[in-house]
Design a protein around this ligand. Sequence first.
Ligand SMILES: NC(=O)c1ccc[n+]([C@@H]2O[C@H](COP(=O)([O-])OP(=O)(O)OC[C@H]3O[C@@H](n4cnc5c(N)ncnc54)[C@H](OP(=O)(O)O)[C@@H]3O)[C@@H](O)[C@H]2O)c1
Length: 400
Amino acid sequence: MTASRGIAVLGATGSIGRSTLDVIARHPERYRVEALSAHSRPGELAELCAAHGARLAVISDSGQAQTLRDALQSLNCPAEVAAGPEALLDLVAMETVDTVMAAIVGAAGLGPTLRAAELGKRVLLANKEAMVIAGPLFHRVVAQSGAEIIPVDSEHNALFQALPADFARRGLAASGVRRLILTASGGPFLDTDADALAGVTPEQACNHPNWDMGKKISVDSATLMNKGLEVIEARWLFDAAPDMIDVVIHPQSIVHSMVSYADGSVLAQMGLPDMRTPIAHALAWPERIDSGVASLDLPTIGTLDFHPPDLNRFPCLALAFDAMRAGGSAAATLNAANEIAVQAFLDGHIPFMAIPGLVEDTLEAAAWNHATSLEEIMRADAEARTRARAAVQGKDKVNV
Ligand SMILES: NC(=O)c1ccc[n+]([C@@H]2O[C@H](COP(=O)([O-])OP(=O)(O)OC[C@H]3O[C@@H](n4cnc5c(N)ncnc54)[C@H](OP(=O)(O)O)[C@@H]3O)[C@@H](O)[C@H]2O)c1
């Protein structure tokens, strides 16, 4: 066994953050929790710091710093406090941190995740949006720093497990890989007809049949934008040509993804739908540790179904494929417009089926470019947010 690893969890109060701390707590001899971050929930962050012995607590919304200090004091927790988005960059740079769980939701996670990669840390990547908007940048940074990026998203972790160990050095084609097949549960509206989709509520959209997740990714799963973002994430994580990636609907969420090889073999990774499995795999890789997840009992599951996605009812998936093929800043624009649209839906400002339209309109209006630097990517992100917000305000006025 390797020496104890110092872990920082970005987004500790979220669904992935808490599952990560659950796995870590099962292996105190292997992992030390060095630092935890949150954004809007200082009280919960303080409780997690006290429970897991973190030395540093970072709250990225600086307006919450005093509440965090007070909460830590009331728990007699000696963790130091830092605040603001830039404090996340210092958190990942701590000398005692060698592994960073990147579990902030959305583009807000890009800065600290990229910084951790620049510093050559092991990055456990849940924050798919960071890879979607800045994939080529991660490639350059990892080549220079030697950082390890281990995918946590269940589909990408499954692909990582089904690929040969040296695929990154040899490339997919030379490794005999024909296709990467991402599975999708289809979300809560898999069988909902197009007319009924118009009136679905945020509560219904967040009620995923198989997975217990944060609100943003739950809505993304309901529109299939989550699968679209994952297609782009796979393109960059595995350096896959866009036409190598397929999506198949698999409602049981037991097969987490598959790799199809030149000799006709298809290797699948299976397990119960519980994120502690990929989290434990990423934490311990190349070893295996207990995650707290029960073993899969296939006779109890009985049947595994697979069918193609319906791009007419779920146009977000097609938009993501288009953005991936366009390249440059298109994925950053897609992601930013989607973040604004999803929040507007959750806040009750736009209906569910306005999400794809808003993303498509923003993509069409955007000044596409070959963005290669962080500055260019963030400019495309900011422009898309401004356009999408204006579109939401326009729709809101119409709704009033
Ligand atoms: N949940 C899953 O099963 C799952 C599976 C695969 C991939 N992922 C990916 O993992 C990431 C996290 O998902 P999640 O479901 O865990 O989300 P979540 O439950 O909503 O948690 C998000 C975390 O990010 C923090 N955060 C929110 N806005 C922030 C900001 N502007 N700056 C800094 N931190 C911020 C939150 O802090 P507060 O709570 O204090 O606001 C919280 O700790 C997403 O990229 C998602 O796509 C999730």
